[in-house]
Design a protein around this ligand. Structure first.
Ligand code: FAD
Length: 394
């Protein structure tokens, strides 16, 4: 077991929090440094919730998975006229980013969750890491866990050649209270994850907890994720630019999409999607956009620092595995810190499996993206298209 160490976790979202909790449980002295100036507010939307992502809350905190997530037991593909094209019995859980974040945060000492701490650089030597922050302060640690997401400042410094690549499409996302939908639409969407495909596009719809955390049918939100192609350059830049001329990337937040884009998106939904699906899309009050990227890294361990979650690999969302991958990176790290005698031995033992998980996910989600957005060959719920972290297993 690595002797008690001082650990700085930079980035306090789901990946950073899970790593911090697991390392704290091993007896290390852990502090989280988060860029946002306040505890993270309601952010993101629905998430497919895989076992690795819920593992800390279920195993260490005794949380009942059904209290923090919604569940469906069917995958349903609809035709344009609303009739069922395919059905397959598969159980999925879903949650929302803020439900899991809030629950994990309750488990962590709030005096060690420091906000308004934007890391700007990292210095590493043989047995220390030093992180400099935008406020002029510096922190030294035995280990720096970089959990600072898709635009990771650490990844850019440690691996300058690892560039994210725009996939050619974005996700238009929305949420609407079930109770605001007509009884027919509500019923049609309540018991399954619903997919609809047409040329170069697909959408999925599933229920998630309400903002207050209710998972009771009738009180939940319906979450829509619609993948649409926008050519790199002109079309994509135009979409991601708000009414004030500010260019956003990778997320065009709620309220920022220009009126003409929202109107076009809603009209297109009516024209191309089954009525029950377009009802949910059109009813969402503040649709927002997330651009879809790929990014592969060749290393995740750097002596006294490591990259976890989206700071490492970024993959397309079709496996619903982003938060599970971040959590798996954290569980793997804790296990390695328990089994090794030194931090560098732990990181060396940890890295190969994390690289394998990341590469496998990038490949599979690229295959799925190509099959739905380019050649139209994804049109039934194959094993490859199931939500899961690993090619084999959950
Ligand atoms: C369209 C779409 C759908 C998705 N659907 C799913 C899904 O169904 N299921 C799923 O599991 N995943 C899904 N994901 C992926 C998932 O959202 C991410 O993989 C996950 O949030 C990564 O977690 P993270 O903790 O690594 O990074 P993030 O959640 O991005 O957190 C990074 C944190 O670091 C902080 N930070 C950034 N820079 C700095 C800095 N310089 N200094 C200090 N702090 C900093 C940020 O403020 C943030 O809090 C989806 C993604 C997209 C785009």
């Amino acid at each position: 077991m690595v002797p008690s160490a001082t650990i700085a976790v930079v980035g306090g979202s789901l990946g950073g929090l899970t790593a911090a909790l697991l390392l704290r449980d091993l007896g290390h002295d852990v502090t989280i440094y988060e860029r946002s100036g306040h505890k993270l507010e309601q952010r993101g939307a629905g998430l497919g919730f895989l076992p690795d992502a819920s593992r800390y809350l279920v195993e260490r905190c005794g949380v009942d998975i059904d209290e923090i997530s919604t569940r469906t037991d069917t995958i349903r593909y609809l035709n344009r006229d609303g009739s069922v094209d395919h059905e397959r019995a598969v159980t999925y859980h879903y949650t929302s980013w803020f439900t899991v974040y809030g629950r994990l945060l309750e488990e962590f000492d709030s005096s060690r969750y420091l906000t308004g701490k934007e890391a700007v650089s990292l210095r590493l030597d043989e047995d220390h890491g030093a992180v400099d922050f935008a406020d002029g302060t510096t922190v030294e640690a035995d280990l720096v866990v970089c959990a600072d997401g898709v635009n990771s400042v650490f990844r850019r410094a440690l691996l300058p050649d690892a560039q994210r690549e725009y996939s050619g499409y974005v996700a238009w996302r929305g949420m609407v209270p079930e109770s605001e939908l007509s009884p027919t639409t509500q019923q049609a969407l309540s018991d399954a994850i619903t997919y609809a495909f047409y040329a170069n596009s697909h959408i999925l719809v599933y229920p998630i907890p309400s903002p207050s955390g209710s998972v009771a049918p009738g009180e939940r939100l319906i979450n829509t994720v619609w993948y649409r192609n926008y050519a790199a350059g002109g079309d994509f830049d135009d979409l991601m630019t708000d009414a004030t001329g500010r260019r956003h990337d990778p997320t065009l937040p709620p309220g920022a999409a220009r009126e003409e884009h929202v109107a076009e998106m809603r009209a297109h939904a009516r024209a191309r999607l089954p009525a029950v699906v377009s009802d949910a899309v059109v009813a969402a009050k503040e649709p927002f956009v997330q651009a879809v990227y790929d990014l592969e890294v060749e290393r995740m361990a750097f002596g006294r620092a490591c990259l976890i979650g989206d700071a490492g690999f970024v993959m397309r969302p079709h496996a619903a595995a982003g938060t599970a991958k971040a959590a798996a990176n954290a569980w793997g790290l804790a296990q390695a810190m328990e089994e090794a005698d030194s931090i560098s031995d732990a990181l060396n033992a940890w890295e190969p499996e994390q690289l394998r998980i990341g590469r496998e996910l990038v490949r599979r989600t690229q295959r799925l993206g190509f099959a739905s957005q380019i050649d139209g060959s994804w049109n039934s719920p194959t094993d490859d298209s199931l939500f899961r972290l690993r090619d084999e297993g959950p």
